[in-house]
Design a protein around this ligand. Structure first.
Ligand SMILES: *Cc1c(COP(=O)(O)O)cnc(C)c1O
Length: 425
């Protein structure tokens, strides 16, 4: 039995499903997960000493690859001075200054500990600001696991949703409207059906949690205009795209100004961090200045701030975005060519360091068209790649990520492996 299998057997006895976050369990691709004992650069080292080229990048945070020397050194320096103070610390100020400098729409920012906390708090703030209860989200957009957001479209889809998890009260779902992404008519109809009731629209401006999906040209501007017209707060959840699609996220690339933005993943440099920020007049409603309560014992933690600051500074120094996009296109082209040769229909949406491989003939522009993808075929493809040393996300509905540590050789090898794996299907 491999070391990973032994660990998984022990884990399953004590941890539900053997994992501390469900997608790690490999349920959607079959098989059992491998354990990782170390990671450096673009490489994961498994508990059984296999080396894998990693395109999951800890689900997004590792834009500089794993254990980057600068981030490691920043954590070590912070560690010398202590792990947590429960008081304001200097790193928090530097972090806030960097975020405001990078992200065009953010005037003030509050740190928290995860993306889930960021979206949950931003929604509470939007409700407090507008004094309205209902929110709009989109099918396939994931915003963490808080109650108001684990909702799917229901029968009266324009006015209320249904719980998408056991344990979410139907009364909470009644406050969340779930619409198809990229559908202007549906959004206009939902505003018409809920006049004066919508506190916020929250979306992944580029979706990364149902695979990677870009908005149609003009869609984000349409959402911005409609929310402004209805006095509704527009929240961009850039937990995944922030600092990745561009230094200032999707909002910089698309030149759209949301009212609030949620951040996470990259901002922690591999440690647990989240943040939400935006217009100063809205942010000033957050406690202790205002009536919207939000707090965190470890928020602004010095180690996490030091790691995140080092990561953001590196992005500023390197401006890696043009190169990451070039690497992304190489991967995309390799997959497209191999699938064409083999006669397998495929869509490979890609922007910068984010990409997805959907085995479907139809363009993917929302949740429904993402589900057209052949998930069984993806499972076989995933395992074919893994057997050849390339680790893609273990689900047909997750984005792939490239880091600055993926050098030309790693990408060339990965292109070969992807093509060979497609030929083997
Ligand atoms: C990962 C993610 C979250 C949740 O962040 P956690 O840190 O896992 O709680 C929220 N929104 C988006 C867009 C994400 O990708």
């Amino acid at each position: 039995m491999s070391v990973s299998d032994q660990l998984f057997t022990r884990a399953k006895q004590l941890i539900p499903g053997g994992v501390n976050s469900p997608v790690r369990a490999f349920r959607s691709v079959g098989g059992t997960p491998f354990f990782v004992k170390a990671a450096r650069g673009a490489t994961l080292v498994t508990a059984d000493d296999r080396e894998l080229i990693d395109f999951v990048c800890t689900w997004g945070p590792a834009i500089h690859g794993h254990n980057h020397p600068r981030i490691k050194a920043a954590i070590a320096t912070a560690l010398e001075h202590g792990t947590s103070f429960g008081t304001p610390n200097p790193y928090e100020v530097e972090m806030a200054e960097l975020i405001v400098k990078f992200v065009p729409s953010i005037q003030k920012v509050r740190m928290c500990n995860s993306g889930t906390e960021a979206t949950m708090s931003a929604i509470r703030l939007a409700r407090g600001y507008t004094k309205r209860d209902k929110i709009i989200k989109f099918s396939g957009c994931y915003h963490g696991h808080s109650d108001s957001l684990l909702i799917k479209a229901g029968s009266g889809a324009l006015t209320h949703g249904h719980p998408d998890s056991a344990g979410v009260p139907a009364s909470f779902a009644a406050e969340t409207v779930v619409l198809p992404f990229n559908d202007r008519g549906a959004l206009a109809a939902a505003f018409a059906a809920n006049q004066g009731q919508i506190a916020c629209v929250i979306l992944e401006a580029y979706c990364g949690n149902v695979g990677f999906i870009m908005p149609d040209p003009g869609y984000l501007a349409f959402v911005r205009a409609l929310t402004a017209k209805h006095g509704t707060v527009l929240i961009f959840d850039e937990v995944m795209t922030g600092f990745r699609i561009a230094k200032g996220g999707v909002q910089e690339r698309e030149k759209i100004t949301p009212d609030l933005t949620c951040l996470g993943k990259i901002i922690g440099g591999g440690l647990p961090v989240g943040a939400f920020g935006g217009r100063a007049d809205i942010m000033d409603l957050v406690a202790p200045l205002g009536p919207v309560y939000q707090a965190g014992t470890l928020s602004g933690n010095p180690l996490a701030m030091a790691a995140g600051i080092a990561g953001l500074q590196l992005l500023e120094e390197l401006n890696p975005y043009p190169r990451l996009d070039e690497l992304g296109r190489q991967l995309r082209d390799a997959v497209l060519a191999a699938c064409r040769a083999k006669g397998i229909p495929v869509q490979v949406p890609q922007c910068g360091s984010m990409f997805s491989i959907f085995f479907t003939p139809t363009p993917v522009r929302d949740y429904a068209t993402a589900l057209n993808g052949d998930a069984k075929l993806f499972g076989r493809f995933f395992h074919a790649c893994l057997a050849r040393g390339v680790y893609l996300a273990p689900s047909a509905y997750e984005a792939g990520f490239i880091s600055t540590a993926h050098d030309g050789a790693a990408i060339a090898k990965a292109c070969d492996v992807l093509a060979e794996s497609i030929r083997s299907l």
